[in-house]
Design a protein around this ligand. Structure first.
Ligand SMILES: [Zn+2]
Length: 438
């Protein structure tokens, strides 16, 4: 982490002290109407009620004040493909055809390192513009695509999880590795990047249908050999994909069982989608502490289906769930818009989701899904100082609407329904100002 001088900010602030799916939202939230947050050497050193803290601060400390805003932990995007930034909004297909027609064409351009670096810079800059400070990122099959993302995230000092995609079948030849080369390249990337500054490595089989059993076997071995690294992939996104995976793995009892068989489930594994997980699979996610990334804008865009939040966050057998954009099938970098889409998906599925729960899945709950809750997703003292400042009046109509909001919960509802990237006033990474709205 880069050293930083001391930075202090003041404004209304909100963080989580509990899980709003397991206890009433009001008791899971810590809201400070007038807070001071001091960031030193990359960490939050002081957080609390401004009138109480001000007398304890040195006279010469500069305090940046953010009126009509909300100081939040930086947003966390649990599943996103940076090489697909160039194909957002490429429409008209369902998952498998969308991959063939757009994704696999775009991803071939990442053989060129300079193109990858350019894309990585646009991607990281866009995250910061949206107040997103951490993401779990799929690169392409090319080793250099992961280098490009890690190098860029390192320059921005971001806590970033990423990995080179493993894919040794059912993709264009130019996008395939082999079980062996995928293992070797991933191992090389782990040695180079995992634990370097704020970077973490995720072993990244694209999905069960694009890896042979040999590749998944070696991916599981690699994970066991490198404790602390992550696994990320996709699961149960569409019926067509599920049927295909069952055909390719006839001996396995469903999609989850494929990954489980190869030792790819458990803490620090996170799977995108999970729309069609069976009750038994939800139970196995719970038992193994396997996390799911809920990608509502992507599921809407591809027409994949409606994620069932009540099955996922059922208090009796709760599964860790983080929100995710899943760009480029996802349609927005904004976690506020992603929260809004999660709310709409929950309504369409006949389930309940409030704004506090949605925000939890974009901050503290996402950190928990990534086993990083002691580091990010919170404003508590001692954690890493990644912070988003969200404008409560970013557009005239939001300003007007907020005048009628009677509680912080209602303000959050308005933000998730109406706000987007324009609401990001500032983003701090490890205590340093990384983005400021003009
Ligand atoms: Zn995805």
């Amino acid at each position: 982490m880069k050293s930083s001088s001391r930075t202090a900010i003041r404004g209304a602030a909100l963080t989580f002290t509990g899980d709003p799916f397991l206890e009433p939202s009001a008791s899971a939230l810590r809201y400070e109407g007038d807070a001071i947050l001091v960031m030193e050497n990359g960490l939050i050193s002081t957080f609390g009620d401004a009138p109480a803290i001000l007398p304890t601060l040195p006279d010469d400390i500069e305090i940046a004040t953010y009126p009509d805003s909300l100081i939040l932990p930086g947003f966390i995007d649990c599943h996103v493909h940076y090489p697909q930034t160039q194909i957002i909004g490429a429409g008209g297909e369902a998952l498998i055809d969308w991959l063939d027609k757009y994704t696999f064409v775009a991803e071939q351009t990442f053989a060129d390192k300079s193109h990858a670096s350019e894309s990585a810079e646009i991607f990281c800059t866009e995250l910061l513009r949206n107040g997103t400070t951490t993401a779990s990122v799929f690169c392409t099959v090319h080793e250099q695509s992961a280098d490009a993302l890690f190098e860029t995230a390192q320059i921005h000092d971001m806590r970033m999880i990423a990995g080179k995609v493993l894919m040794d079948r059912n993709a264009p030849k130019t996008l395939q590795d082999t079980a062996r080369s995928g293992y070797d390249q991933s191992k090389h990337l782990i040695e180079k990047w995992h634990g370097t500054d704020r970077l973490l490595y995720a072993i990244t089989p694209r999905f069960a249908a694009s890896s042979t059993p040999d590749q998944l076997e070696l991916a599981g071995a690699l994970w066991r050999e490198h404790p602390g690294t992550y696994v990320q992939s996709h699961i149960a996104e569409t019926h067509q994909e599920i049927d295909w995976v069952q055909e390719l793995y006839p001996d396995r009892k469903g999609y989850f069982d494929v990954y489980d068989h190869f030792g790819l489930t458990g803490p620090r594994s996170i799977f995108g989608h999970g729309i069609y997980l069976t009750d038994e699979e939800w139970q196995r996610c719970h038992d193994s502490n396997t996390a799911i990334a809920h990608c509502p804008t992507s599921n809407q865009f591809l027409g994949s289906g409606l994620f069932n939040i009540e099955k996922a966050r059922n208090a009796e057998r709760s599964v860790p769930v983080g929100l995710a954009t899943d760009l480029g099938a996802g349609t927005s970098f904004s976690m506020l818009q992603t929260m809004g889409a999660a709310y709409q998906v929950a309504r369409l599925a006949g389930t309940e989701l409030d704004a506090t729960q949605a925000l939890y899945m974009a901050t503290a709950g996402a950190a928990k899904a990534l086993c990083l809750e002691d580091k990010i997703g919170t404003l508590e003292v001692g954690t890493e100082a990644d912070v988003a400042i969200i404008d409560l009046k970013s557009r005239p109509i939001i300003d007007y609407r907020m005048q009628f909001a009677e509680s912080i919960e209602e303000q959050l509802f308005v933000l998730m329904t109406m706000a987007d990237d324009r609401a990001t006033c500032a983003t701090y990474i490890a205590g340093n100002l990384a983005f400021e709205r003009e």
